[in-house]
Design a binder for this molecule. Structure first.
Ligand code: XIL
Length: 337
């Protein structure tokens, strides 16, 4: 039981709903998830396009089934995510919405938060708002174009009113310190949100990171800056691919998952968890979640930056229907906990 080594949630992202990859259709996945994890996040089915397919239509069937499974089996659920700008994530009707956009968006957030109140312990309220290449740090999205930056604090307020009990997170990638421009954008936004009195409880760091970047020192300083603001730190989407498409070295660097590579990955996972425990005091530990159960199911394999290369980013290896085998990376996490 990985989770029993920690006093905070140890989570995993799961495919659910009508996907053939749904963990509810693969008995060995249910078994491994129950054995090692205390929290799940929907990899896709709680995103806006899934839950809110038409202005006056919400579809909670798949998500309810997933949440019921979690609660029946003693796991908690982290909600992901009320607002995400990506063109494939925003429902089409919303893109052409002509009414009062802010009140529509507040209703969207409040309706979903209210539906899951008491059953979902925490939410990524907004995902990936920041873009450090913009002069004011805000990504040029549908939401920003219609509403300016206030939609972020509005979303936190709407979620808080609908479910005062849930922990509310801001979630993003490249905010674990290696990209200082984006990290400074994060700090500026957090300071603005806190000055505005927005009910933000923490920062979700996705941490789809490289095996050697950002460094442990980067992570350390990022965790510290969030902790200094009294905010929780949650690692929401951890994976450690062994290939690096952003490196100057020819890609892919590894076409096989050798014991040497596995050992490097183990050390990396271990250092991440150790750094988290060293820098984040118990009261501010929102938890650590990995983005998928086993290597063959990782989103990284479909991520365009990987150009079809293989990779092995997670804590378990396959076969597809299990039983799943614990990798050295899992030992690394366990040793650190
Ligand atoms: C990804 C899923 O893993 C894929 O299955 C889907 O096709 C696209 O979204 N950051 C996030 C997650 O916040 O929602 C993304 O999940 C991965 C990157």
């Amino acid at each position: 039981h990985l989770y029993s080594l920690a006093s905070f949630p140890i989570g995993v992202a799961v495919a659910a709903g009508d996907s053939a990859r749904s963990f509810l259709k693969i008995p060995q996945q249910e078994i491994t998830i129950r054995q090692h994890f205390s929290q799940i996040t929907a990899e896709n089915i709680m995103k806006m396009r899934f839950l809110h397919p038409a202005e006056n239509t919400y579809d909670f069937t798949d998500a309810d089934q997933m949440v019921d499974w979690a609660l029946t089996n003693g796991l908690s659920v982290h909600g992901h995510t009320f607002i995400w700008h990506h063109e494939y994530q925003v429902p089409d009707w919303m893109k052409s919405y002509n009414g009062d956009f802010q009140s529509m968006l507040n209703t969207h957030v409040a309706t979903i938060a209210d539906h899951f109140a008491g059953r979902v312990v925490s939410w990524d309220v907004v995902n990936e708002v920041l873009d450090e290449t913009q002069s004011n740090c805000y990504r040029d999205t549908l939401f920003y174009q219609r509403l300016g930056r206030d939609y972020v604090s509005e979303a936190f307020n709407a979620a808080e009113s609908a479910d005062p009990g849930a922990d509310l997170y801001y979630n993003d990638y490249s905010i674990s310190g290696g990209n200082s421009a984006k990290f400074n954008c994060l700090l500026t936004m957090l300071d603005e949100l806190q000055a505005d009195g927005a009910p933000i409880d923490g920062v979700g760091l996705q941490m789809h990171i490289q095996i050697d970047w950002p460094t442990t020192d980067h992570l350390r300083s990022a965790f510290q800056a969030i902790v200094e603001r009294g905010l929780k730190v949650k690692i929401t989407e951890l994976d450690v691919p062994v290939n690096n498409p952003y490196s100057s070295a020819p890609f892919p660097q590894h076409t096989e998952f050798t014991p040497e590579v596995a050992a490097l990955q183990k050390a990396r996972y271990k250092a991440i968890v150790q750094t988290y425990l060293e820098e984040v005091p118990p009261a501010l530990r929102g938890g650590i979640s990995v983005w998928g159960l086993w290597d063959g199911d990782s989103w990284i394999l479909d991520f365009e930056n990987w150009q079809g290369a293989d990779d092995w980013p997670l804590l378990f290896s396959g076969p597809a229907n299990g039983p799943y085998e614990e990798k050295p990376a899992l030992e690394g996490v366990a040793e650190a906990l």
